[in-house]
Design a protein around this ligand. Structure first.
Ligand code: SF4
Ligand code: SF4
Length: 443
């Protein structure tokens, strides 16, 4: 799990010489405890930073907010400040949206998001007052699964109450949840209820199995995305498993709630690794969920099977492109003429998936998908729901809104549910998931 560097020059001599000429044995060095998370050692990564500032130029928050010191400070520089243990974590770490764009541009492979997540976790644990409005609000937002579970028991009432003007005003005044956004509707029938009602998988196939990590949003808000996934994968002959699962932890990482995230990760790792042991690959329809399972889990937690899970997790479309001849399957298909303004989520970019949807639909008769550029949507999960971040979030999203408006399409497309919220909020467009477009073309 750790990136700790163990010098080994192959000489068999357990000694090093400093530039001043003094020879030390390795035993003389006392490791410096920087972020005292058990088993974590980020020193080698921080020392790899050569201050090129490439990460800062890529940061969407720093671009619109001059007071945000940027990823270089949040990661390697904060580490250096913290090494004497007389400096607190700077509270600006809570202004990082965890978009992870800095992570993928660093030419020196500094583990920036691992540092940010670790620092944020420490900040919340040691410096944030648990009775403060910010802590209570962040805890509620990051445990969206709990609120969504409650709302799913009375979805029609929840949908009315959550979007009742005075209730939104009150939530902003008391909790600091912006009243500018409309709450997404809760489904009257969750994905898991639909799955149980249809009797689970309809295609038995020991040779081709996938375990679906649906995440909170596809379960409670957009079960149509999960259903599209099921129909598309069954079209290709896959047996689908839907193991017990919690939240991916993505909103918890962004809010420094690492203990909550680890609890959910334990449930997810257990259920998904069991499916992997039975021969299944893990797929997710949300790019932030696949990002969490692939990268953030092994960076932050030490759980049995976590590396297996990371190595066997794919975004759903990515998995099909690797394992099926999608182009051939789509060459015969025809859908009602439709143009889409496609936005690649930051977490899709981090996984190298930024162009997959546009490339895929290029060959489908009747479908036009245009990439609206590489800017961040600005919402970054819970970030844009906080009243104090709303203006920043919309300023970041402005470029995407303008590009969407300039495109002739009036329907948006993206893999990330909160990017979809922001696209809809900024343009009024209806938004689809690529799996829904694929379903229309194939099923
Ligand atoms: S991109 Fe990497 S090497 Fe350059 S300043 Fe940022 S962390 Fe340091
Ligand atoms: S994760 Fe995103 S918001 Fe946070 S420092 Fe990196 S680029 Fe900036």
């Amino acid at each position: 799990m750790s990136d700790a560097y163990t010098p080994d020059d192959g000489s068999g001599i357990d000694a090093t010489t400093t530039p001043g000429g003094t020879e030390h044995t390795r035993d003389e060095y006392e490791p410096v405890e920087v972020f005292p998370t058990e088993g974590m050692d980020l020193r080698p990564g921080a020392d790899s930073c050569y201050k090129c500032s490439t990460c800062d130029t890529e940061c969407p928050v720093a671009e619109v907010n001059d007071e945000f010191p940027g990823p270089k400070f949040q990661g390697p520089e904060q580490w250096r400040l913290k090494r004497n243990e007389d400096t607190d974590i700077d509270d600006s770490v809570m202004k990082c949206s965890n978009c992870m764009r800095c992570d993928s541009v660093c030419p020196s492979s500094v583990p920036l998001s691992q540092m940010h997540n670790t620092a944020r976790g420490l900040y919340v644990e040691e410096q944030m007052e648990t009775l403060s409005r910010e802590y209570i609000r962040n805890r509620i937002l990051s445990n969206y699964r709990t609120s969504a579970w409650l709302a799913s028991k009375v979805p029609r009432i929840a949908n009315v109450v959550m979007n009742f003007g005075p209730a939104r005003w009150l939530m902003e005044r008391t909790l600091g949840v912006t009243a500018e956004r409309e709450f997404p509707a809760f489904a009257t029938w969750t994905f898991r209820e639909w799955w149980a009602d249809r009797g689970g998988p309809r295609v038995p196939n020991d040779e081709k199995q996938v375990a679906y990590f649906h995440g909170c949003y596809s379960n409670y808000n957009t079960p149509e995305v999960g259903k599209a996934m099921v129909r598309v994968f069954e079209h290709f002959g896959y047996q689908i498993l839907v193991p017990e699962q919690g939240c991916s932890g993505t909103p918890m990482f962004a809010n420094g709630m690492l203990a909550d995230a680890e609890r959910h990760a334990e449930t997810n790792v257990e259920g998904l690794v069991e499916a992997i042991d039975d021969g299944a690959a893990v797929i997710a329809s949300c790019t932030s969920c696949s990002m969490a399972l692939r990268q953030e889990y092994p960076e932050l937690f030490d759980l049995k099977g976590i590396d297996d899970l990371a190595a066997n997790t794919y975004e759903a479309l990515e998995y099909l492109r690797i394992n099926e001849d999608l182009e051939a399957a789509l060459s015969e298909s025809e859908v009602d003429s439709q143009s889409f303004a496609y936005h690649a989520p930051c977490h899709a970019r981090n996984q190298g998936l930024a162009t997959q949807a546009v490339e895929l639909f290029e060959g489908v008769e009747g479908v036009t998908a245009t990439d609206v550029g590489d800017s961040c949507s600005g919402i970054s999960g819970t970030y844009g729901w906080k009243a104090e971040n709303y203006e920043t979030s919309m300023a970041i999203g402005e470029e995407m809104f303008e590009h969407m408006a300039a495109d002739e399409a009036e329907v948006g497309m993206t893999e990330c549910p909160t990017c979809a919220m922001q696209m809809e909020h900024g343009t009024g467009y209806e938004i689809r998931h690529p799996l829904q477009v694929l379903e229309a073309a194939l099923c």
